[in-house]
Ligand binder design. Sequence first.
Ligand SMILES: Nc1nc2c(ncn2[C@@H]2O[C@H](COP(=O)(O)OP(=O)(O)OP(=O)(O)O)[C@@H](O)[C@H]2O)c(=O)[nH]1
Length: 674
Amino acid sequence: MKKQDLLNKKNNSFLKKKNTDKDKDEQSHFLIHKRKKNIKTLKSKNNEKFLKKNNIREEKNNIIKKNKNNKNHIKLNSLKQVFQKPIKIVNKDIFIGEFIKVSELANKMSIKSVELIKKMISFGIIATINQLLNQKTAQLIAEKMGHKVILYNKNDLEKSIICDRVIDNTLLKERPPVVTIMGHVDHGKTSLLDFIRSTRIAKKEAGGITQHIGAYQVKTKKGLITFLDTPGHAAFTSMRARGVKITDIIVLVVAVDDGVQPQTIEAIQHAKAANVPVLVAINKIDRIESDPEQIKHALMKHDIVPEEWGGDNIFIQVSAKTGKGIDDLLNLILLQAEMMELKAIDQGLARGVVIESYIDKGKGPIATILIQEGTLKKGDIILSGCSYGKVKAMTNEVGKNINKAIPSLPIVILGFSSLPEIGSVMYALNDEKKARELAIYRQEKNRENKLDKNRRLKLDNIFENMKEENILSLNIVLKSDVQGSLEAICEALLKLSNSEIKIKIIGSGVGAITETDATLALASNAIIIGFNVRAYTSSKQIIEKEKLDLRYYSVIYTLINDISNAMKGMLSPEYKQEILGLAEVRNVFKSPKFPAIAGCMVIEGVIKRNNPVRILRNNVVIYEGELESLRRYREDVIEVKNGMECGIGIKNYQDILIKDIIEVVEMKEIQRNI
Ligand SMILES: Nc1nc2c(ncn2[C@@H]2O[C@H](COP(=O)(O)OP(=O)(O)OP(=O)(O)O)[C@@H](O)[C@H]2O)c(=O)[nH]1
């Protein structure tokens, strides 16, 4: 809120300062438009598509040229539960598939397996706990025990969502593009979005105040554009992890005075992994006399090449402060969208994605939905993940009540019975009963899916996975301590690709493993490799929750060898280094016997004597060696557990500092799945 207020304030001052050679721009746009129209009518229908793309290209070049010319002018101007036995039997809606295990059925009825087996004996059915029951038998048992049974076959229920939908491709209509702005911290993403919002949204039209809903649509002379203003890189990727494609175009903001920075590279990696076109907005051109060409060269290293140099990326110079170049940016977005021929059916039951959701104390669950297909109407039955409901009210970004919403329109919905998850798909359905059944069914499925996570891609069984799932590529997210080793490892890994399996480095960089690295790996089903670097606690949580494969290495040869062996499906590595415990250095003492003793607190696991150790400074390995002494209150001990203090001496190492982390490792034999 605070930031929003500040930004609104900022915008007002932007507005005041807005300068312009608007008339000049309009004149040239009019001429370009007229020319485009004339060419179109002269050519035959067969050549129409080809011509259209050519014209768009020509128009783009004109805008870019004009944008460059504006530069001189710009120079002058310069974000104790007690558990009790249930007193009475609870009758439930029970979903039963084609087959069900006795234990599973008992679980669904919330009783112990033994109790169910006893009951079954009384019905004359003898079965063991792990025995599979067919649908009919299971139905009979459950109904006899007073439950309501809903039968389903495989994914019939889910399929029923699409049955009632319009699938006539001749009804496809052009839809506005959905754009996400990404870039490094402080490069001007929010300023750019706010400038566009404050100048393009007709606040007065609704008589309402612009609200933050996570997305908004702007009107330009040439068409509508939908901007998503929430997704950071992690949010963007987590939506993709759920299989939801939401953005058509990414605008990569690079500040001219700061150049290409780590998050700029992260954004490129995310865009590439999602296969979304990138349009580069070189921002803050009002600030200093910097050379945008330098940014082009720097981005080339990351495969972002300007069109004029034979690449696919449009570059545009803008200032979120003065507004310079922003009209051109909007026009280029629309031209890019035209080339992409973005279409959607705007009839029939709606489909959308949840962009934001929260609970309003008075109104209940509120969700911002981006409509992707069909038309959503007031009163429609809706389902998103495990929540369902009825559209009680719909509003747009300026709080205006609307009765229907078509593709690419972001709207705020009131009516969900519970909070829908961000990134989940929303469907409008024909009847409420079906929505409720599906919501319950999905809750059940969710439980099963948790177990499925254990099947994620693991290096130990990668070959098996490949055979099973026909995976032809091995995706890797690689982080290293220094650029040199990063390049060397990338090169060596890429060389391992063969005609059957391709190695793809989905993300790479110098530094510790971040949350974004983890979500990128999750979305791309990649394994994460840390070479002499470790994962932040927040990233570790994602890695553990999602059961991702994270490997630490300190020898390039071992790393390459492991991947190569895993690819051949020959031998999974027999031993894997496991981290036993972590101790944080809180003090450093000098003693006559050992040159430096680190006074530590064990912060994770257990510290054991006679094990190899590594010293980490800022999550980067700075030394590898052996733990020479381990003491608690002057006593030599074998191990010290989490939460306890101890003194640690490292063999032949004296440069230990406060806040360093001592990591104790152990070589563990890997359980092969073969
Ligand atoms: N001179 C100048 N300053 C700008 C421009 N765009 C943004 N700024 C300033 O740069 C700073 C950062 O801008 P933000 O819009 O907050 O950047 P951001 O990328 O959204 O930052 P995060 O939300 O922290 O990632 C603010 O002080 C803006 O006023 C510009 O075009 N010219």
